[in-house]
Design a protein around this ligand. Sequence first.
Ligand SMILES: Nc1ncnc2c1ncn2[C@@H]1O[C@H](COP(=O)(O)OP(=O)(O)OP(=O)(O)O)[C@@H](O)[C@H]1O
Ligand SMILES: [Mg+2]
Length: 382
Amino acid sequence: MAEKRFMVQIQNLEKFFGEDRERVHVLKGVSLDIPEGSLYTFLGPSGCGKTTTLRCVAGLERPDGGKISIDGKAVFSAGERVYIPTNKRPIGMVFQSYAIWPHMTVSENVAYPLTIQHRPKAEIKKRVGDVLKIVGLQGLEDRPAPKLSGGQQQRVAFARALINEPKVMLLDEPLSNLDAKLREQMRFEIKALQRRVNITTIYVTHDQGEALAISDQIAVMHGGKLIEIGTPHQLYSRPKRKFTATFLGLTNLIEGKVTELGGDSKSGRMESSKGTLSFIPAPSLAKGQPVVMSIRPEHIEVIKQRPQVSENVLEGTIKEAIFMGDAYHCQIAVGDQLLRVHTHPFLSMNIGEKVYLHLDPQSCNGLPAEDTEGVDESMMGL
Ligand SMILES: Nc1ncnc2c1ncn2[C@@H]1O[C@H](COP(=O)(O)OP(=O)(O)OP(=O)(O)O)[C@@H](O)[C@H]1O
Ligand SMILES: [Mg+2]
């Protein structure tokens, strides 16, 4: 298999804002490698440093330490005193306020980066035609920008970012100005567009649903640090950190202490207020350590009769059951804890009913309870 090539490489990125006592440490040694042609997402809560990282890649912000390379060439290196300005970096950008110019037509907007470079008219016309075709706006060349829908304006912004044939596209919350329905629809469009053009793309969002839907890989950030990197599947099904488990999707956490770890690290047991539970341990977990076990609502099975097996079976009482069409969303009391459980819509769920819950050990992730060094606990799970 051909070796994976990285289009963007970030090493030990450091950034401070402000002076003296106002000085804040915003990026704390961020390192990541972005494979060529991938859609790579920075995901994390507000203020975690996503935009700052992106702006450092773009050259709009000067880091205080570390190194950034694009296509194997250093565009910033603190050690080697390299700083390539934005207009010399092979990037295209689309930001939240995508700022297309209202006094210009679609063509004029898209052509703008070439117009200011004084490219020949014929070349501009051809290239504008080509990118408008890519984003599906052919036929609208002469439409004034304000007479476009939100989604169409977004596509103009994409086309303008693509016109210089960049090696990397930088997208900072590009859908946040759109209403919920259009935003959902544009996810598919961005993904399809990125695949078609096959351009390495860094996508910034704080919306975990958006990140899961469109990304090849996600870098979860919190408090200026990288928490975990993985595919949407890996991060959702087998998170290694408590922050990832709670930030992506809905989950239940059960606290306890590790009592056993299988030699192969493929199984573990914990003692909790709900009894002994089995789980798949995160690599960093050790025997005797405090542990939180994470299990998603759709991985808890509700059984009406006492089951044959007893491993990972808890008794509970249905407190709430909301019919969602494709599922019931329930709250089930187990001891002093309310567990969120999603069940099949055909299974009747009666409030007050006693049930058994099976927590499939394969879907139970044992995570270190203390995994947030340097991270503000009060921000967890927002
Ligand atoms: N120019 C600036 N001067 C001072 N502080 C700044 C500046 N820009 C950003 N910050 C601070 O740096 C931190 C990271 O900001 P950043 O914009 O990267 O966050 P973000 O993850 O993109 O958040 P959001 O999801 O809200 O856009 C925040 O605490 C922010 O207040
Ligand atoms: Mg931001």
